[in-house]
Design a protein around this ligand. Structure first.
Ligand code: FAD
Ligand code: SIN
Length: 533
């Protein structure tokens, strides 16, 4: 297969990028790959909404910029923060024009919610299912373009570079070029090559590396792992954001946890420990609406002090009718497991939620590998620093999709198609005899990361994690060399690489900052820097 533009990922980042290119250049061919069904993305599960300055009488770009910088704890790139905040409202108007519906007040103004770390109400939302609405609108828009082909159940395995043409490629190689990707096409069970002039990595996050996460099963860090294998630059992987309030369901120890959006706290929900006591006043003057790193650490501490598996979010004092109107999905989910929020408190615990670091890009989404762009959660643009401000992610994805498209359109006509790429070599492999070798390794990996590389870390825990990962890596590479490929095996391999990058960056950071807290270095350094691998 050949295409001008290859987009890997059908979340907000990949779809908005593809739409921009398709609109401006109907003559270009665009393929979008997605590893399961098209809408199964982190995007679909976004609840709270999109942060953007839509009420200039009260709010301002300056305030949004300041809030982002404060949350980012000294590591944000100010230029990028200004770009995203200032260009955000224009991009929002675009997705509204593409058919996304955001809730409005009776007078026609947008309803603006509040979340942790925001000094003003600025979160546009569609009830508590904002991401589902965005994903629906973008997929509907994509379907109208004849030059876009969306291929589902097609798993990108590796980026094709000079390495596949028989040349030595190392981190020091100056001009690494990408020519496309090898994919495992589940529609025919073949490994195929897709040759492209430009490749966009919009592969999303890696929450599945942890035992409990708000992310769906697809979030296994594939883009970051394949880019790193291709000798590209990634950075700041230690900054894994734990969302403070994932629903705690007894007996559900692995996998995706249902999110209770921060907007519930924005509307008045209060955190309490198992004794029924409010506790956030011990940790931060902004109480339940402090930035996420602070709230998640406070909850973790309360759980450890009392030996509990969760704390509570108390909504009993809130106006139940208003709650149902803003959060119908949460209300229904709680009720389905016997929690009537007007009578019972909601049991919640932190869960891995968002990767602030990732593939290093410049302000146009350009990466260290030529002809590869990256945007969305897989990218590290410099916006989030050491801790992402709530609801800045969807915004960043839109702003950077636009910037990547601008840059791609300027360059595409100068990029030739590479014609001499070898086929995938599957010699010496046979069908797996025992899937347990893969499924159990995934569990071991998730336990290791949650137990040793979670909200609170230490040197000993990081060393232990690295040793366990080493073992898993060796066993999995052996399996990879001898076994017919499956998405599960590729995911395991990618999760191990992603976990390795998290631990490696965490070990290099000799301080505690934002989302990274190490008991052996509890202080912040006065001078700090990004960790680039
Ligand atoms: P995704 O939407 O995750 O899409 C990734 C795509 O890549 C998928 O299509 C997947 O199939 C594809 N893919 C991955 N690997 C491969 C591969 N190897 N081969 C082929 N395809 C592949 N952010 C906010 O700003 N506001 C919110 O309110 C908010 N709420 C959230 C709530 C939840 C529960 C979660 C999980 C996240 C939330 N976030 C929120 C974060 C935000 O949703 C994500 O960061 C954002 O949607 C990521 O978009 P993306 O396009 O980068 O990736
Ligand atoms: C939430 O709704 O609490 C999640 C928002 C985010 O991750 O930005």
């Amino acid at each position: 297969m050949q295409t001008d533009i290859l987009v890997i990922g059908s979340g907000i980042a990949g779809l908005s990028y593809a739409l921009k290119i398709a609109t401006q250049r109907p003559d270009l061919t665009i393929k979008i790959l997605t590893k399961t069904q098209a809408d199964e993305t982190n995007t679909k599960y976004a609840q709270g909404g999109v942060a953007a300055v839509f009420n200039p009488e009260q709010d301002s770009f300056d305030k949004h910029i300041q809030d982002t910088l404060i949350a980012g704890d000294g590591l944000c790139n100010r230029e990028v923060v200004e770009i995203v905040v200032q260009e955000g409202p224009v991009r929002m108007k675009e997705i509204i024009a593409w058919g996304t519906d955001f809730d409005k007040e009776l007078d026609g103004d947008y309803k603006l919610g509040k979340e942790g770390g925001h000094s003003e109400n600025r979160i546009l939302h569609h009830k508590d299912v904002t991401g589902k609405e965005i994903e629906r609108a973008l997929l509907a828009k994509i379907a109208a373009f004849r030059n876009i082909e969306l291929i589902d159940y097609c798993f990108a395995i590796d980026i094709i570079t000079q390495h596949h043409l028989g040349k030595l490629v190392t981190k020091a190689t100056p001009n690494i070029e990408a020519y496309g990707v090898y994919v495992l096409n589940e529609n025919n069970n073949q490994v195929e090559k897709i040759e492209s002039r430009i490749t966009m990595l919009a592969t999303g996050g890696c929450g599945q590396v942890y035992r409990t996460t708000t992310n769906p099963k697809i979030a296994t860090g594939d883009g970051v792992a394949m880019f790193y294998r291709a000798k590209g630059r990634v950075e700041n992987m230690e900054f894994i954001q734990f969302h403070p309030t994932a629903l705690f369901e007894p007996g559900k120890r692995f996998g995706q946890a249902f999110l209770i959006t921060e907007a519930v706290r924005g509307d008045g929900g209060i955190l309490r420990n198992s004794k029924g006591e409010e506790f956030m006043q011990k940790y931060d003057a902004r109480l339940s609406l402090a930035p996420r790193d602070i709230v998640a650490r406070a909850i973790d501490n309360e759980m450890k002090i009392l030996g509990d598996e969760h704390v509570y979010l108390d909504c009993r004092h809130m106006d139940i009718e208003k709650f149902k109107e803003h959060f119908p999905n949460i209300y229904a989910k709680c009720l389905s497991i016997g929690i009537d929020i007007s009578v019972h408190m909601i049991p919640v615990a932190p869960a891995a939620h968002y990767s602030c670091g990732g593939i290093k890009t410049n302000t146009q989404g350009v990466t260290s590998i030529q002809h590869v762009y990256c945007c969305g959660e897989a990218a590290s643009t410099g916006l989030h620093g050491a801790n992402r401000l709530a609801s800045n992610s969807l915004l960043e994805a839109m702003v950077f999709a636009h910037r990547c498209a601008e840059d791609s359109l300027q360059r595409i006509d100068t990029i030739p198609q590479q014609e001499t790429i070898p086929d995938w070599n599957a010699a010496g492999t046979s069908d797996p005899k025992e899937m347990i070798l893969i499924t159990q390794s995934i569990k071991e990996l998730q336990m290791t990361m949650s137990d040793y590389v979670g909200i609170v870390r230490s040197n000993v825990r990081l060393e232990r994690a690295m040793k366990r990962l080493d073992l898993l890596h060796n066993e999995t590479e052996q399996l990879y060399k001898t076994t017919t490929l499956s998405p599960q095996l590729c995911e395991l391999r990618n999760m191990i690489t992603t976990a390795y990058l998290i631990v490696k960056c965490a070990s290099f950071r000799k301080e505690s900052r934002g989302l990274h807290y190490n008991l052996d270095y509890p202080e912040k350094k006065t001078e700090t820097e990004n960790i680039i691998l």
